[in-house]
Structures are given as C-alpha cells and as structure tokens.
Design a protein around this ligand. Structure first.
Ligand SMILES: Nc1nc2c(ncn2[C@@H]2O[C@H](COP(=O)(O)OP(=O)(O)OP(=O)(O)O)[C@@H](O)[C@H]2O)c(=O)[nH]1
Ligand SMILES: [Mg+2]
Length: 297
C-alpha cells in the first residue's frame, strides 16, 4: 500500500529594510513579476501575496513594505502592514538582510520586530554578489542583533535563479501539514486593478527621480475586461503642479513613455491587448490625508 504524504502549506512573510530584495526574491520563486521591483527604496507600499504551488506543497508569500522611518501617514500605514505580517497570521518570517549596505537604524527596527515575532524566523542574507566578505558581515549582524541564535539562515543573491532552490530547500522542513488555501493556478490573490496600478507606478519610479516617485499614487478609475482586450483608465495623483509637469514631460513625452511601458508590462501578464489611458491630477497632501488613504487603499 502506498502512503500518500499529507498536503503541506504555509504563510510566509518576507520582511526587511526597504531595498533588501523581498519582492525580488518572491518574483524569483514565482518566476513572474507579481510584486514590482525597482532600485528605489520604499517601492512596495502594501502587503502583496504571491502563491507558489506544487503537487504537495503550497506557500503563500506575504511581500511587505520595507521598514523605514518616514513621517507621512502613508509611511505609518506601510510600517503597520509590515509589522502586522510578522506578528500574527503567518507560519514563518523570512527576514531579508541586505549585505551590500551598512546596518543602521532601519536594520535595528527590523531586527527588533523580527526577534519579537511569535513564529520561527529564517534569516535570509541577501545580495552576496555585492558583498566582498559575506561571512564577516553575517558575523557582524549576529553579534550586533540578538535573538537569532536558534534561527536557521541562508545566504543568497535573490536576483539569481539559483536562489529559488536554496530558499525552497531551507524552508521545506518548516512547512507543516495544512490545506491548499488557493487554487493551484493562482500566482497571487491581488486583483488585476491592483497589479495594473503597481505596473504604472513602477514605470513612474523608473522614469522620474528624487521626491516624485514617493509623491505618486496611482488610482485605477475603470478596468473593463472584454474577450478581446483589457481597457484601463488610471489617474496619477501627485502633490504639486511641479510634480505634475515633470510626469507629463515636455509635450507629454514622458507620460506617453510611462503609458507605453506600463501597457507592455500589463499585456505580458494578461497575455492580451491592453488599452491604457492616463491622466495626472494634483491632490495636495494625499500622503497625510487619512480620508484619501482609507478610500484608496
Ligand atoms: N545585485 C543584486 N541586486 C539585488 C539583489 N536582490 C535585489 N536586488 C536589487 O535590489 C533592488 C531592490 O529590490 P526589491 O526587491 O525591490 O527590494 P524590496 O526589499 O522589495 O524593497 P522595498 O519594496 O522598497 O521594501 C532592485 O534593484 C533589485 O534588483 C541581489 O541579490 N543582488
Ligand atoms: Mg518590495
């Protein structure tokens, strides 16, 4: 008689400083761009779930915003989202530590929250390709931040496809018997509205600099799906007229480029033609406007 092993599943939080590679790692494992990745710290603003399913295991990743000390109400919401995903409702926390940069206040905040987590923590030392002496840096981390003596640890480059197997092998013994929470074909529970807004924001981050990416909020006003194509109208909220002028660009060239590149990303994901309309609106102080943040998120 063959004994079929029970199905196993886990909710796993990806936690760490901005830019430590959380979204990159999730996308590498899912082999799809589910969470947007850019070189700008604070790219991820809300928890995004990515789902990895095989015949006998399902992992639901919770990609969180990087822990940072920004002062706007938006920053507070981002921190709350990240901290809530290490405090409850998950089975394992993967704490990504960026070995390419010096540790500092943000790392101290992350280490304190991770060490206080009621669930096991896997330390994921990332960006080893950018670090001359990863083991030395890891020792510095372990002697600076307490509470991880019993934590398993791995070192990876999340940008490398090899990190997928290293990571999955490390977490395998930590995944216990559990249900298949989501249908095996789903890569995320985020709606296409959310993903489209994120893809548009990604192109704004890539094409602008300094304060502009942080001052942008993308609102999907309409999302219509027909058998032939997806039709999307989005508003890009900024805080000042100057930011609006930057995004529109000379004779509208920049907003056209943002539109073209975002449309391509969305088309690649949905495998269908997409029509995208963008317009830029000035909404002063939206990052501190509790009403705006509540209705938009
Ligand atoms: N060289 C190298 N770059 C990496 C590695 N992992 C991530 N990156 C880069 O680091 C930058 C930030 O990666 P993200 O995945 O967006 O980081 P994040 O932790 O999700 O950042 P936030 O969403 O801002 O909290 C991107 O430019 C990635 O390409 C790595 O292992 N090696
Ligand atoms: Mg991210």
């Amino acid at each position: 008689m063959t004994v079929i092993p029970p199905f196993r599943s886990a909710f796993i939080t990806l936690f760490g400083r901005p830019n430590s590679g959380k979204s990159t790692l999730m996308n590498t494992i899912l082999e799809e761009q589910i969470s947007i990745v850019t070189s700008l710290p604070q790219t991820t603003r809300q928890n995004i779930r990515g789902i990895y399913t095989t015949d006998d295991v399902q992992i639901v990743f919770v990609d969180t915003p990087g822990m940072h000390r920004g002062k706007h109400a938006l920053n507070e919401l981002m921190r709350e989202a990240a901290v809530s995903a290490v405090s409850s409702g998950v089975d394992l926390v993967c704490y990504l530590v960026d070995l390419s940069r010096d540790f500092g206040d943000e790392e101290s905040d992350c280490a304190a929250s991770a060490a206080a987590s009621p669930v096991p923590v896997l330390l994921v030392f990332n960006k080893i390709d950018l670090c001359d002496n990863p083991d030395g840096k890891i020792n510095t981390f372990l002697s600076t931040y307490k509470g991880f003596n019993n934590s398993p640890m791995i070192k990876i480059s999340a940008t490398s496809p090899k990190s997928k197997d290293i990571f999955l092998n490390a977490i395998d013994p930590l995944i216990l018997e559990g249900p298949k929470y989501f249908d095996g074909d789903s890569l995320t529970d985020a709606t296409m509205r959310t993903i489209a807004a994120e893809f548009i924001r990604k192109q704004i981050i890539i094409n602008t600099r300094e304060e502009v990416p942080h001052a942008v909020f993308v609102e999907i006003e309409t999302y219509k799906e027909t058998a032939q194509k997806h039709e999307i109208v989005a508003g890009i909220h900024v805080e000042t007229n100057g930011q609006k002028a930057i995004i529109i660009g000379s004779k509208g060239t920049l907003v056209e480029k943002i539109k073209k590149d975002a449309r391509k990303d969305i088309e690649n994901l949905v495998g269908m033609k997409v029509s995208l309309k963008l317009h830029v609106k000035v909404t002063p102080g939206w990052r501190d406007d509790a009403n705006f943040l509540r209705t938009m998120r």
